[in-house]
Design a binder for this molecule. Structure first.
Ligand code: SF4
Length: 459
């Protein structure tokens, strides 16, 4: 009953968010930066922000997250953080030897107005950036956008700083995986490699934030896109951007800078989402879909048909990032579940909202959508008319407890469960896993509520 004071009656709020359905921009920028091999993310702001960003990522991935900070104190807060950043760049390259430092700003340094490209140029001029090493940056003021915006901006910075065209097109396809789990990135690459396609994925946090325990500490884990690969993205024959909000800006920048045509797709979730991804890969690379992938698709179709009876007509409340909401809503509608309430804290725009409303236009009941919205409002809707299932991050557990409703944890952050970064919910195989999680939650509830007489062995 932690949220027992949430009232059922809804009053109009315009300048107050309660229980936000998002986290702050630099977290997404830091996550994207960790997807470059040999990169040390750097937070240009106070230690408080940096500690929060690192701890949010560490708690979600259960891995140590290495990063640095400009450690603003009163002086930097008043006069600007140039001296701090210059000193930091010098110290980081001397002590921690990364290949690249990825600087992101915070609310504080943005409000001061620190000119990061100018500071980076000054550092280069003063010989603080060793030969063959790089410093890139992304502006991530957290009073606009969300962690998704931060991810998109840092991913775009990879294009702005590195992509170059070598005059001819290589037989590679760029994959921008959106704000997804390391295991999702691994799965997306696996599908392309099953089709015999060479890809460059950026960023790529697989084997960085879901790496093995070897007994040895590695400051810079095995995984991540390399800088030579980032340079080659400008010579690929095409780009598939998965998740329009998180991946679109980088894909469009690459098209404008190096004339690499891009296709903006949904996250490859469920049958239709994965079909679209596979079909675009096939078309761009001019290859056939291998039997192994057709088999995986057939398995997902089989699982859907076995489980459909339990899903039909179930009411679901969703909270998450826009790209995830859209992909999940499409998947749920395709299996006859009804996403009745949907919120995201990320301001995703009218076009996105229209697209989301289009997905549920044939729903047999009223569907409520608020963009940007918060978990407080979602809870109020549920109090007015309950749902069968919640899908969203850890913060929804309080609503789940208060309303005694099953919760499938999905998205970012998940602080109270382990393993999500090792199992993909994308592609055909990931679709089976996602459905298994949903059905487990629904049937566990059925077992819990069953009396001695109607407790079933076979369900
Ligand atoms: S919202 Fe702004 S001040 Fe707060 S942690 Fe994020 S960057 Fe720092």
């Amino acid at each position: 009953m932690l949220l027992r004071h949430t009232p059922k009656e809804i009053t109009e709020r315009s300048a107050l968010t309660i229980n936000p359905a998002k986290t702050c921009q630099p977290i997404g920028a830091m996550y994207a930066a960790l997807g470059i091999h040999g990169c040390l993310p750097h937070s240009h702001g106070s230690q408080g922000c940096y500690a929060y960003h690192r701890s949010a990522l560490t708690r979600h991935y259960k891995e140590p997250v290495m990063a640095a900070t400009s450690a603003f104190t009163e002086g930097a807060s008043v006069f600007g953080g140039q001296a701090n950043l210059l000193q930091a760049i010098d110290n980081i390259f001397s002590v921690y030897h990364p290949d690249i430092i990825a600087v992101h700003t915070t609310c504080l340094s943005e409000t001061i107005g620190d000119d990061i490209p100018q500071i980076i140029n000054k550092a280069r001029g003063e010989g603080k950036i060793p030969e063959g090493k790089y410093v890139i940056h992304a502006n991530t003021p957290s009073y606009v956008g969300s962690h998704v915006t931060g991810f998109a901006t840092m991913t775009r910075a990879m294009v702005d700083y590195f992509a170059e065209s070598n005059g001819h097109k290589n037989k590679t396809i760029n994959l921008i995986p959106g704000y997804s789990e390391p295991a999702d990135m691994e799965e997306i690459r696996r599908i392309a490699s099953l089709m015999g396609i060479k890809t460059i994925m950026f960023p790529d946090t697989s084997n960085v934030l879901n790496g093995p325990l070897t007994g040895k500490f590695r400051m810079y884990p095995e995984g991540g896109v390399t800088i030579p690969e980032l340079k080659l993205t400008g010579s690929s024959m095409g780009t598939l951007a998965l998740g329009k909000l998180a991946s679109g800006p980088a894909a469009r920048a690459l098209d404008a800078k190096c004339k690499v045509p891009c296709q903006l797709l949904d996250l490859p979730m469920g049958l239709e989402g994965t079909d679209a991804f596979v079909d675009n890969l096939r078309r761009i690379a001019g290859v056939n879909v291998p039997d192994a992938l057709t088999l995986e698709r057939g398995q997902l179709v089989d699982v859907i048909s076995d489980m459909h009876q339990y899903f039909y007509g179930r009411r679901v409340a969703l909270a998450g990032d826009p790209d995830q909401l859209l992909a999940i809503a499409k998947f749920l509608v395709s299996i006859d579940m009804i996403p009745v309430y949907m919120v995201t804290g990320t301001p995703a725009g009218k076009k996105f909202e229209k697209e989301l409303r289009e997905v549920v236009k044939d729903a047999p009941c009223e569907v409520k959508i608020k963009i940007p919205g918060d978990l407080f409002l979602l809870h109020q809707w549920i109090k007015q008319e309950p749902v069968d299932l919640l899908i969203g991050n850890t913060y929804l557990k309080y609503v789940a407890k208060d309303e005694d409703t099953p919760l499938v944890r999905y998205g970012f952050p998940i602080f109270d469960r382990i393993g999500h970064s090792y199992f993909s919910t994308m592609g055909y195989k990931g679709g089976i896993r996602f459905l298994e999680k949903i059905l487990d939650a629904l049937l566990d509830r059925k077992d819990r509520d069953a009396t001695d007489i109607n407790m079933e062995l076979v369900m």
